[in-house]
Structures are given as C-alpha cells and as structure tokens.
Design a binder for this molecule. Structure first.
Ligand code: ATP
Ligand code: MG
Length: 366
C-alpha cells in the first residue's frame, strides 16, 4: 500500500495543505519547528485516529480554529480507499470512502504505519503504560477484534471501578453484581492477554535474526509478557479462569482501593537481552538497537498478517544511528515500502541517489 495524497485543514501549524507523494521515498526537509514532525503525525493520525505525541486530540487542532480535517488517498494492490477525519471539541468523525464509520475498528487498519522516532527509546525506558499504549496501537492496526475487545474491556473496567467505590462507601452491599462484572472483565481481559502474548511471539520470530545482525551476533533478544493473571502462554479459556480467580481473590483489596489491581491494564512486557532485562541493565545503545529490531520485525509481521507492506515514517532518526544501524534501517526500505523521512539536512541521510526521492521543503506550515 502507499499514500498517494494528503490534504490538511487546520492541523497543527498547517492552515491548508495538499501534498502528492512518491510511491517510494519522500523527504521532508526544513529547519526546526517548521512542521516536519507535524506532517508525519498527520499521516499517523489518519491511520490510527490517535497521535503518538498526545492523547488529547484537541492539541492537534490549529490554534485559534475549532476543527481540523485530515484527508488521504491510499492506493492498495486492488483498490483505492479514501480516508477522512474531522477532529473538533465534539469528538472525532471518521469516514472511509465517504461513509461515516461509527465503529473506529472499521476505520483503523486501512493504512498501516510504522513510526521510527527519537522517542522510541521510551519504549524500553519508559513506564509500563508506554508499552501498553504501543502494543495496543500496533495490534489494533492488524486485528479489528482486538480493538473491539479493548474498547469493551475499558468500558467494563470503568464500571467495575465505579462499583468498587460504591461498595467502599457502602452505597451498596450487593457483591453479586461485582461477580458479574468481574466475569465479563475476565472474558475480554483474557482475550487481550492471549492476543498480546501471541503478537509478541510472532514478532519474536522475525526479530531474532534481525537483532543478531544488528549486534553482529552478540545479542539474543527476547520479548517477555508479564501479567498477574497467570501464564499468558495458556489457552484463552485457561487465562480467563486464572484471571477470574485473581479478580475474586483481590476483591477485598480492590474495594479498599476503589480500583482493579489485575488485568491487562496493569500488564507489561520487557526486552530481554542475553537473559537480562535491558530496562534495568542495558546500555543506551543496546536499548536503541532493541527497539530498532522490534520495529524492523514489525514490517515483516505486518506483511505476513495483512498481505501488504506498511508505510514507514522516519522522524529524524537517521542522524542518531551509527553506521551499522543506519544501514540496517535503510536496507529495510526496499522497493515495495513507501517511506517518509524528516531531516534538517540531506547530509544526515545517506540514501542511494538512484532512489530519486521526492523532496519537500517545509517552511512554517507551508
Ligand atoms: P524539529 O526539527 O525541531 O523536530 P519540526 O519541523 O519537526 O521541528 P514540528 O514539531 O512539526 O517541528 O512543528 C512544531 C511547530 O508546530 C511549533 O512551532 C509549534 O508551535 C507548532 N504547533 C504545534 N501545535 C500547534 C497547533 N495546535 N496549532 C498551531 N501550531 C502548532
Ligand atoms: Mg520534528
């Protein structure tokens, strides 16, 4: 798949913009604070209906205006789809081929993107919520059922937490209802845990040779999923049983705290190199390599799952990588992958000139 065109109205520092892209390589060049990352963000938001930089969509709307419109044309093997998003204080509207999609899960997944950005290091160094947000965004791109499960799970979690607070303040004493909600929560929660575990397993399959190459055979990288709900490698029904048991065991504790202490909203995964968790024990270089390997592995995984390559967004990353890693990344960008690169100077981007990139000079939102 590739992105043929985007149109923006009142998105970040862009009032109005219409760009036609090269199917292969596109480079956004400009000084700092001109709007290069904003463009990659626009592409990512068109794909995922959420930004990687903020969880508040209001921040995406150009200051002094009250709504933002993003449009895209995506060319696939057999078809062309049009995407449209409207962001306003009333929320967001998503249209696919002009038809409004009530369920975001029907919209997300039409355009697959993988972003490489300097903030990627947070994936290793940051808090568990960074990793959960990431894994949910990535699986959501290739699995509609997962997106539905996540949205149901969030609803029920909210209900359970509200009910726990009611029990705590003795507004009710009906524990039976708590059991009903816990059972529903375990149902959706176990599906989420099983899918996340399988996703990491699948990435692992592609990741190991890539990481061996990046580290010249020195490192063996593994992704471990952690949950209090039992062994995530079990069948989904067994995960359901153990999650339900844990929720029941934790009921008194959860009432006292007014919140739910087990489930996928508390889970995490870690990057393990040669048996050591590199969040604690890795050097910055090891952490950077691990994230790079994971994202490169995702290219292959998306291709396997969707039957088409995702598009790559490279935000200012080439200047930060050493020669080996830069070469690895550039090698991954082959003929059939559309790529967008931002940079302040072409000197930072050692691309084969035969690629004949389309170059966009970005100046203050123009
Ligand atoms: P760098 O090279 O430093 O990464 P960049 O070209 O990637 O720079 P962006 O992050 O794309 O820069 O754009 C930042 C600019 O966008 C800032 O000048 C900021 O003031 C402006 N900006 C951010 N949000 C909005 C908004 N909602 N409305 C208008 N302008 C905004
Ligand atoms: Mg930037």
């Amino acid at each position: 798949m590739y992105l043929q065109e985007i149109k923006l109205n009142n998105f970040r520092n862009y009032s109005q913009l219409d760009l036609q892209f090269d199917p292969h390589l596109n480079i956004f060049i400009g000084a700092n604070a001109q709007g290069k990352t904003n463009l990659l963000e626009a592409i990512l938001v068109l794909a995922l209906v959420r930004s990687h930089r903020t969880s508040n969509n209001q921040e995406l709307i150009k200051w002094g205006t009250d709504f933002s419109r993003l449009q895209a044309l995506v060319q696939k093997d057999q078809s062309r789809v049009s995407l449209e998003l409207i962001l306003s204080s009333a929320g967001k509207k998503a249209r696919l081929n002009q038809l409004e999609q009530k369920k975001l899960s029907q919209y997300v997944g039409q355009l697959n993107v993988i972003l490489f950005a300097p903030e990627d290091l947070n994936l290793v160094k940051g808090s568990p919520s960074v990793r959960r947000r990431f894994i949910d965004m990535e699986i959501g791109q290739i699995d509609k059922i997962y997106l539905n499960n996540i949205s149901k799970y969030r609803q029920i979690l909210k209900q359970r937490n509200n009910y726990l607070k009611k029990l705590r303040s003795k507004k009710t004493s009906d524990k039976l209802y708590l059991e009903v909600i816990s059972d529903q929560l375990a149902g959706f929660g176990s599906e989420i845990i099983a899918t996340r575990y399988q996703f990491l397993q699948k990435i692992q399959h592609f990741l190991q040779p890539i990481h061996q190459e990046i580290t010249q055979g020195q490192e063996n990288l593994q992704l471990d999923y952690h949950t209090l709900a039992g062994d995530p490698a079990q069948k989904v029904n067994d995960i359901y049983q153990s999650l339900l048991t844990r929720l029941t065991q934790q009921a008194q504790h959860d009432i006292a705290f007014g919140s739910t202490s087990v489930g996928p909203h508390r889970d995490d995964f870690s990057f393990v190199v040669n048996q050591k968790d590199i969040q604690k024990f890795g050097s910055q270089g090891q952490q950077r390599s691990a994230v790079l390997s994971m994202k490169l592995a995702e290219i292959d995984l998306f291709h396997q799952e969707v039957g088409d390559y995702p598009i790559l967004l490279l935000d200012d990353v080439l200047s930060e990588l050493d020669q080996v890693r830069q070469t690895q990344l550039l090698q991954a960008i082959h003929e059939r992958i559309q790529t967008f690169i931002t940079t302040t100077s072409l000197d930072n981007v050692q691309i084969d000139k035969n690629n004949r990139p389309k170059i966009f000079n970005i100046k203050a939102g123009g």
